[in-house]
Design a protein. Structure first.
Length: 338
């Protein structure tokens, strides 16, 4: 039996639907991500699971218990917000202990659980500090510890890292995944960042327009997009319409061809094409973009512009504009999408 089961869930604000007929299940200890553009309904869905917003239709069950209309305090679900929502007049310890005190947890047990939570998020040396004395990353750790200390059966994270800079965000992504795996906590993480979703998730539920348009493991959603929207949102796919697909690859398609830039094999001047990949197609470098460890080239091939990603091995390996090369395509990596 699934640990969390969402069935036929719908929510509107007035006459404006936010999401409709949402179905999904989670296993205990699983981390899934609700991914999608702003306004697709993912944060409202999270609030409905937490009991902070009423649903119009459908059911929410946890471990076989129907909690659809249960008040938030009866659900034992923890939630971490983007805004931290910490009390500025309380210390780190007092912020973390707040939920336990509301529940009248005995003082000794409260102290022990707070200490455990602080150690889990690596904040033990900051226990007497106030919110204004903490960095953004430390504040988010306090918010996470406050949610964990009450030992929720499900943890909900609503874009908790979006306000942080890239380095801190990367570190906290790793910490959240470590903590979640360590205590085997069933977790739903909301984000609009596909790289964050790919890094964190056991499974991804990609939403658009109030519906789940594709779900699966991070690898399957990224490498096997079911539509041009999924391909466009999950990465920088080359999306070739019917004319371009015929011009470049002589393939007849009803929809579009989706080709990942990193899946295209580049044959540099002086190199020999890979026989197992089939035909090679002449191309010319038009421009490039440095993406850190990857260089993204825009090349002209058979009258089509195509993005190609190559590892940035050294400064001397940069291909100047006008460089002639060959492209080869692995048929297994080419997806036809609607």
């Amino acid at each position: 039996m699934s640990y969390l089961e969402i069935s036929s869930l719908s929510k509107s604000f007035g006459k404006q639907p936010v999401f409709e007929d949402i179905h999904f299940t989670l296993q205990e200890g699983e981390l899934v991500t609700l991914l999608g553009p702003s306004g697709c309904g993912k944060s409202t869905l999270l609030r409905c699971i937490a009991g902070l917003a009423e649903v119009d239709a459908g059911t929410i069950q946890v471990a076989g218990e129907d909690i659809t209309h249960a008040p938030p305090q009866k659900r034992n679900i923890g939630m971490v917000f983007q805004s931290y929502a910490l009390f500025p007049n309380l210390t780190v310890v007092e912020n973390i202990a707040f939920g336990l005190r509301v529940k009248n947890v005995p003082k000794d047990e409260c102290a022990q659980r707070v200490a455990e939570a602080m150690q889990l998020v690596e904040l033990s040396s900051h226990q007497s500090k106030y919110v204004h004395q903490l960095s953004g990353g430390q504040r988010q750790r306090v918010a996470l510890a406050r949610a964990l200390v009450v030992r929720p059966r499900i943890l909900l994270l609503d874009e908790p890292l979006s306000a942080l800079d890239a380095r801190i965000r990367k570190n906290l992504q790793e910490e959240i995944r470590r903590i979640q795996s360590q205590i085997k906590l069933t977790t739903i993480f909301v984000t609009h960042d596909q790289e964050e979703a790919l890094m964190l998730s056991d499974r991804i539920f990609l939403m658009n327009g109030g519906r789940i348009v594709q779900h699966g493991t991070a690898e399957s959603v990224y490498t096997r997009p079911g539509s041009s929207f999924v391909a466009g949102f999950m990465g920088n796919y080359n999306l070739l319409d019917a004319d371009a697909a015929w011009s470049l690859l002589e393939k007849k398609v009803q929809g579009k061809l989706a080709i990942r830039p990193e899946s295209i094999h580049v044959v540099l001047p002086g190199e020999t094409p890979v026989a197992s990949l089939g035909p090679s197609y002449p191309a010319t470098v038009q421009s490039h973009q440095l993406l850190g460890n990857v260089i993204r080239y825009v090349v002209q091939a058979q009258g089509c512009e195509v993005m190609v990603d190559l590892l940035n091995r050294s400064a001397s390996s940069l291909l100047p504009n006008g460089t002639a090369l060959l492209l080869q395509f692995n048929a297994e990596e080419i997806q036809e999408v609607a």
